[in-house]
Design a binder for this molecule. Structure first.
Ligand code: ATP
Length: 207
């Protein structure tokens, strides 16, 4: 049995606020790997600023040579909005004997009960909510009973539990990076160098 982390996002662009929490969750829960899934269009958000192929290229560049961080472009290959329930159903079919851990920041977790088919999602994976500056995880009322008070609580069942994982607080957002890029600002040390080079070479967020 493997433990597979799944971190979905717009990744517009990928930054250290995604990657550092990801590696800390992997270590804390002894996950074998984390799959990073860029969405085509989020059901709850505006169209991403950068095209799918650029968001994917920045992710690929960011984690090249890191065997425990795997870019998974499956949501980009599906037409229409990217529903996590569909993605998890695919994972369940592909990895019937493995454990799935859906990782999300506090902002995403706070709205989890508004996600399409959220009960089905929780039935097929555990959820790991991380602290995000300005958005400490608050469990939506319908899922409070699923919270565990120690990570070992996740081991007792194959899915359906929620663990809140403290992580290093990095107040970095893709929105702030896009704004800085549009103003011609200095993006160093907010994101991996290789991804920054791709962003700058293609002038992805120029005003
Ligand atoms: P935007 O600013 O465009 O909203 P973002 O920086 O929030 O983008 P997303 O791709 O939407 O990035 O985020 C993917 C996941 O990573 C979400 O679950 C989000 O909560 C989490 N996340 C993003 N930034 C951070 C951060 N600085 N610390 C912890 N979690 C984060």
């Amino acid at each position: 049995m493997r433990r597979i982390g799944i971190l979905g996002g717009t990744f517009d662009p990928i930054h250290f606020g995604h990657l550092r929490p990801a590696v800390e969750v992997r270590a804390a829960l002894a996950l074998d790997a984390i799959r990073l899934l860029p969405c085509r269009v989020s059901p709850l958000r505006d169209e991403p600023a950068a095209a799918p192929e650029h968001r994917l290229a920045m992710l690929d560049a960011a984690v090249a040579g890191e065997p425990d961080l795997i870019v998974d472009g499956r949501e980009l290959d599906r037409p229409g909005p990217s529903y996590t329930a569909d993605t998890l159903a695919e994972f369940r079919a592909e990895y019937p004997d493995d454990r799935l851990y859906l990782i999300m920041g506090g902002d995403a977790f706070a709205a989890f009960d508004r996600w399409d088919r959220w009960r089905q999602i929780l039935a097929s994976a555990h959820i790991v909510a991380t602290y995000r500056p300005g958005a400490p995880p608050t469990a939506p009322e319908p899922v409070r009973d699923a919270l565990v008070d120690a990570p070992q609580g996740l081991d007792e069942t194959p899915a359906g539990r929620i663990w809140i994982q403290p992580v290093t607080q990095l107040d970095i957002s893709a929105t702030a990076i896009r704004g800085l890029a549009a103003r011609g600002g200095d993006l160093r040390y907010l994101m991996p160098e290789s991804a920054r080079h791709h962003l700058e070479e293609h002038r992805l967020y120029d005003a």
